[in-house]
Design a binder for this molecule. Sequence first.
Ligand SMILES: [Zn+2]
Length: 377
Amino acid sequence: MQLNDQIKTVIEGSTKILVHEQSLTSKVPPQDMPFFNPKAKLSRDLSIIAYSAFLKNFEGPKTFLDSMASLGARGLRVANEIKNIKVFVNDLNPSALELARRSADLNGLKNFETSENEVCQFLSAFSKRGCRSTIVDIDPFGSPSKYIDCGVRATLHKGLLSVTATDLQVLHGIFKDACRKKYYGVPIKTTYSNEISTRLVLGLVNMVAARLDAEITPVFVETNMHYYRIYVRVLNRPDTQNAIGYIIHCRTCGHREASSEPADCRLCGSKTEHAGPLWIGKLFEKEFVSSMQGEITDTADKKCAKIIERCLAESDMPACYYTLDEIAEMNGSSPIPMVQVLKRLQEDGFLSSPTAFNPTGFRTDATINKIREIFSS
Ligand SMILES: [Zn+2]
């Protein structure tokens, strides 16, 4: 492949990224050239914001490992847009790394190194005490399950691990056995399946970390049509908190909740369906999300502020959101505007918030019966 053929410069954030022209125009990723997805800018913007928020309160040398970097878009941005950090990007494709190095030169980066290695071999070089990285990113095509072990091992005590999953069919239960094999748990089909999927990914990371005498604390998660992405703090201590359990869902009355064990519906007594085992703890750390608000730059996608605002609002809310449409359908009525639902719930003494998981989703501690009553009043 001729590297100089049709190379274009894309500016994302304040970083120049060299990409093949074809990756900007074709809908299907070109197979024989380094992958770049221009639509992933939002995800990269959010990661710059999350990493900046994390590093603000971090003392000591700062490093970032991008284990599946392709042409290095995320790593280049971290190296260029975050101060005093050393970035290592790894990929198996030498022409992707060549492009990454040329982009690094274009941005005048001296804190950017490339590595051509298998993912776990790359991460293993950082897994000894004293060599571990402040932030580690795992961003594969498909499931990240194969890489969680080496990812956790390469992350410093109190460091940050970010993981993307794009095998949404598996996580949504189209291949249940595959999901059990890769994530140790199974999903169920609901209106809030993206939350269940995110919790399955967190459940996997938690279980692998526990095996390695480490514990995770989710600080931020993000979902999209094409991927789910989690950010967890990794703490090397064996007294792992028990935040693994089940999401139980009642098809009879619509009740849903997180629970340590599968159980019958506590509202109507019916048998329930359950997803899990999965992560039933918090998805967001309120203080962390709040500090992300201070890191939104002018060049970030306008959606970032809205997403972070919603995450902050839902950070202390119960698991399992509801959607306006499903309640309206249950009641045979038309949907009520979100602001009204949230207001009426609060007026009746309940907690309520929107959710970043779904534009028509909301969280509350009110029961389904109470929610339906509000919808029909
Ligand atoms: Zn029920």
